[in-house]
Design a protein around this ligand. Structure first.
Ligand SMILES: [Fe+2]
Length: 306
């Protein structure tokens, strides 16, 4: 019979011992934040298994799902981010870390899986259409301000978007490398503007485990059409955000939960009048956008793809 007189911290006698034994084993981490995060992760994972009375078969499915997320990830696709996006975890972390609950007029939004480093530098007013990309033309005019309303000059602005058929260039052999991507610099008035084509909504990649999850949950795979922005300037918290096309049918059911009211853009359709540039045929669209940067540390995220 087991004697309890000499407790040995690593020996587990009953199901209720597991969590404290594991937490105890992890207490040696020198980094206090690592201790806090790892302990909370274990507590919640154990509580999750207890709550649903996880079966061994479900455990196997879960481990396989996790392994397949890694196996599905490569230089041009990041299934891990897609999974975090599709369960609302990316948006949760984004809102926890940005906007102070919403005092700024443009809040942050999830990075998504398609940002690439080294977008081509493009002059203000230039086009990010780098190979023939049929679709309605779009003219974006934007301003970046600080929380006091003053313009933020010399900020670097990365822009990236899908084509009018809903594909990013890295997913589409018919588009030139870096098509619909560009890097701008705000002028002395904090402004940047560019020419593009109207993006379309698109399905997230469905060939991996996240696709299996969405099918099992009877969820559609679509994101409403949007433009991505990443705005960087030392002294300010890097602003990663998106602006959504306001007439998109999936605006209220984004598969990755990225839409907040503040991020719905005012895309204006023009069917007549003087076009904003030579050779532009109606309908064309214009978008005026406004971004607010808060003081903080300028850090670039890890690029999800190469
Ligand atoms: Fe996107």
């Amino acid at each position: 019979m087991h004697q309890k007189a000499m407790p040995r911290s690593g020996i587990i006698d009953a199901v209720e011992d597991v969590t404290p034994v594991v937490l105890n084993a992890m207490e040696g981490a020198a980094n206090p934040r690592l201790r806090e995060v790892a302990a909370a992760f274990v507590r919640h994972m154990h509580a999750f298994a207890r709550e649903v009375k996880l079966t061994e078969q479900e455990y196997d499915i879960g481990i396989d799902f996790l392994n397949r997320i890694g196996q599905s990830t490569h230089d041009s696709h990041n299934e891990g981010i897609l999974f975090a996006d599709a369960i609302g975890f990316s948006t949760l972390v984004c809102l926890l870390n940005n906007g102070n609950g919403g005092p700024t007029e443009t809040a942050a939004a999830l990075l998504g899986p398609f940002w690439r480093m080294n977008s081509p530098r493009t002059a203000n007013g230039g086009s990010i259409v780098r190979s023939a990309t049929p679709g309605p033309e779009l003219f974006v005019s934007a301003i970046v301000r600080d929380t006091g309303g003053q313009p933020v000059a010399d900020a670097e602005v990365d822009v990236w978007q899908s084509s009018p058929v809903g594909l990013y260039e890295n997913q589409d052999d018919s588009q030139a490398d870096m098509n619909l991507r560009g890097k701008f610099t705000t002028d002395a008035a904090g402004r940047f503007n560019f020419r593009s084509v109207k993006p379309a909504g698109y399905p997230v990649p469905m060939s991996g485990p996240v696709g299996d999850m969405l099918r099992a949950q009877k969820r559609h795979p679509y994101r409403p059409a949007h433009l991505h922005f990443l705005i960087y300037k030392p002294g300010f918290k890097t602003l990663v955000t998106q602006i959504f096309v306001d007439d998109d049918e999936n605006l209220e059911s984004d598969v990755v939960f990225g839409v907040t009211s503040a991020l719905v853009g005012d895309f204006k359709r023009h069917d007549a009048g003087a076009p904003p540039a030579g050779g532009v045929k109606p309908p064309w669209f214009t978008l005026d956008a406004s971004f607010v940067m808060t003081k903080g540390e300028a850090k670039l995220p890890v690029a999800p793809i190469k």
